[in-house]
Design a protein. Structure first.
Length: 100
């Protein structure tokens, strides 16, 4: 496997109470570890899941993710991705109805 075009990225995501992520997609698989609080997450049309501090979750293919917060929370996301591809991209409002 030629990994010259790949890099590993660790991203800390902190949510304030009432905060949320815009509907977004990820260009590579990732592993998320919940550091503090709880993270509600919904992928595509799947049921929402709640992840608590100390738990982790994976996304293995590009997917549409929606996260919303009722309390402060923090997670660390680990990506192995192509250097030229953004790790997160918002979904334009006109396309969001396909991903609820």
């Amino acid at each position: 496997m030629d990994g010259d075009h790949l890099e590993a990225k660790a991203v800390e995501v902190t949510y304030q109470s009432g905060g949320y992520s815009v509907l977004n997609t990820h260009g590579s698989p990732f592993l998320a570890y919940v550091v503090d609080g709880t993270i509600p997450s919904q992928v595509n049309a799947e049921l929402e899941r709640i992840y608590k501090a100390g738990e982790n979750f994976c996304e293995w293919s590009p997917s549409c993710i929606r996260e919303r917060q009722t309390e402060p929370a923090k997670l660390i996301a680990l990506f192995v991705c192509d250097r030229a591809t953004p790790i997160t991209a918002p979904i334009p409002p006109g396309e969001q109805t396909n991903h609820k």
